[in-house]
Design a protein around this ligand. Sequence first.
Ligand code: COA
Ligand code: MG
Length: 288
Amino acid sequence: MNRSWMFIPGDSDKKLGKAQDLGADALLLDLEDSVSEGNKADARARIGAYLASYRGASESELWVRINALETSHALADLVAIMPAAPAGIFLPKPAHGDDIATLDHYLSVLEQQNNLDQGSTRIISLAESALGALNLGTFVGVSQRLVAITWGAEDMATDLGATNNVDEKGEYFFVHQLGRANTLMVAAAGSFQAVDSVYLDFGDQDGLRGDCQRARREGFTGKMAIHPAQVAVINECFTPSEEEIAHARRVIQAFDASDGAGTIGLDGRMLDIPHLKQAWRLLAAAGR
Ligand code: COA
Ligand code: MG
């Protein structure tokens, strides 16, 4: 489970050069929206070379965001990067689960061609168009490769013809909150990791921390980052604390000692089976 997913624009030697030192669980080497049309081919070559040199030697998982399947770039992106065996592919702007299935098929062929284990390349995706959002439920069960989903309010706002995605108080409009909530539900339904969207105000560490804490309480287990300063905060917020681990152990012990009871009292509060499952999940996330 990756806590921090850090975007690195694929056309920047400087940013690629820093990427290994950022402490991110996963790097999202980007060929899509952070790279202009004229720089696509150049970025493809840079990312291919980057993967080839750090493959197997990177502390961070190396993922690549390709261009949308409907563009003329997507296949060229995949052909260029698959020989260097990325950990996974970020598929932007899918319209339907069928797009995930199409990518799955492309990856099967390219894995075969490049002597990679079948099914080894994972996928993260999201709904960031109106059609994609309406079809988000079709992501469930479509590919074993799909391990994580996220959400995004920037492209969605553009697709909606909106001039902004937040109201006068800076809160996301309801349509984006709906997309965020649907992401959580589809992640649970499909057993995908729920990864929270980017926090754009990269100078505001306190704001980021609050955003991460809220996301984690709600069920997200990681978050995308756009700036080096965000990685440590995200990693910290999505790591279970010692207090949380101790509490989870106490919950499990109390159930163990309860002779098979489905509901017990602990510290004056009722606990039942969902709380026991939460405790187990927390220990699993903590790797204990
Ligand atoms: N990856 C690697 N290094 C990065 C980085 C990134 N995503 N973002 C910034 N840095 C480096 C900068 O090169 C700079 O290095 P320096 O200190 O040697 O000059 C340092 O971190 C501090 O950067 P800063 O000056 O605060 O930011 P900036 O104005 O250079 O860049 C952004 C701001 C938002 C353009 C930049 O952070 C960025 O490109 N983020 C990723 C955007 C992206 O991929 N978006 C698509 C998904 S939404
Ligand atoms: Mg985008």
